[in-house]
Write a protein that binds this ligand. Structure first.
Ligand code: AMP
Length: 344
């Protein structure tokens, strides 16, 4: 379910294992459908279309965590859903997600819920400024967010998030950002990829590098332990990604994605088995592949907006692995492709 680049790369990995993918997505111009065997273009709450789709599948998975969960419960009997709906439920709500991490011993940024304009004053008094205001639902890649500086007039920030229910998060002072990417099989086995060091521009991932520097590696065990515990509680099957800030007090959990993740794109060439292949293996009940590094160092650079126009120059370096997602329209901030380079 979902028709973007993650679905595209999952479909390619599935095809390599001999499977045929059926993409279900609300937009007709799906870059996943272009590389899949079948395509249903319908809304996520179209129960009749969803049921027909589910009945045609042996297993269903997601490339997008904001699929509404109500309709999914109605198709649960048709085919196994991996990862579980409970994981979508938690990941769709920033407050539930932070509480879930805290319940498993994780540390999060200080936060306060904001239901209305008056609540924003109260919340910022609690968290202090600077702070980041984030919509509780449907935010990604820095969308649905507003950064509050000390002394700011708060009306502009309330307007910026569209008067939606929000969470105000205290600003975390961190040295690095990183993600734990794990895969959990149906028998409960968990494997981790090397931890990438992630660098963002304007709230959007720009670069991931593995292996990570020492400052991240010293926090890796604690972060992995938290991610694994959360996966076990959810009886999770598939790839799970948890994003962290490395701070002087240890790893601070930011958010989780119940799916393959942009910070794991380097695994296509940079690991023995990619996140996409292992996700397919997990949901299909196959043994997991080796997650080890395939080079001494791997770098993945996102191609955002017009950066993708440099594709010819990028191909000029024969060691670059270029991925273009085939999106019809180039917009600022839109993920158009990525390039991976291995260092031996
Ligand atoms: P998110 O959508 O939550 O992943 O936020 C996008 C990016 O904004 C993160 O990768 C960080 O670079 C930055 N960011 C988000 N939340 C915080 C925070 N509480 N403190 C500092 N930086 C943050």
């Amino acid at each position: 379910m979902g028709g973007g680049q993650l679905g595209r790369m999952l479909s390619v990995a599935a095809a390599q294992l001999g499977y045929r993918c059926h993409i279900y997505a609300p937009n007709g111009n799906s870059v996943a459908a272009e590389v899949a065997a079948e395509f249903t273009c319908a809304q996520d709450d179209d129960i009749a279309a969803l049921t027909r789709f589910a009945e045609s599948c042996d297993v269903i998975t997601f490339e997008f965590e904001n699929v509404p969960v109500g309709p999914l419960h109605q198709i649960e009997a048709c085919a196994p859903l991996h990862p579980p709906i409970a994981a979508l439920d938690i990941a769709q709500n920033r407050i539930a997600e932070k509480n879930f991490a805290r319940d498993h011993g994780g540390t999060t940024a200080p936060f306060a819920e904001v239901r209305d304009r008056a609540g924003l004053d109260k919340a910022v008094a609690e968290t202090g400024a600077p702070a980041i205001l984030k919509t509780i639902r449907m935010g990604y890649d820095g969308k649905g967010q507003s950064r509050i500086q000390p002394g700011d007039e708060l009306d502009q920030h309330w307007d910026a998030v569209g008067h939606q229910p929000c969470v105000a998060e205290g600003f975390v002072t961190f040295s690095h950002e990183f993600s734990v990417i794990l895969v959990r099989a149906q028998d409960g086995e968990i494997r981790f990829w090397d931890t990438p060091h992630n660098m963002h521009d304007d709230g959007i991932l720009a670069v991931s590098v593995a292996p990570a520097p020492e400052a991240i590696l010293t926090q890796q065990d604690a972060a992995r332990e938290l991610a694994a515990k959360m996966a076990e509680t959810m009886n999770y099957v598939g790839v799970l990604t948890c994003e962290f800030f490395a701070t002087v007090d240890g790893p601070v959990f930011n958010e989780m994605a119940p799916r393959v993740h942009n910070s794991g794109h380097w695994t296509i060439e940079g690991a023995i088995t990619s996140q996409f292949e292992n996700h397919i293996r997990a949901i299909c009940g196959l043994p997991l592949g080796d997650t080890g590094l395939a080079a001494k160092r791997v770098e993945m650079h996102n191609l955002i907006g017009v950066q993708a126009d440099d594709w010819q120059a990028l191909l000029g370096d024969g060691a670059n692995h270029l991925h273009l997602y085939g999106k019809g329209e180039c917009r600022p901030g839109r993920k158009m492709g990525h390039v991976t380079k291995l260092y031996f």
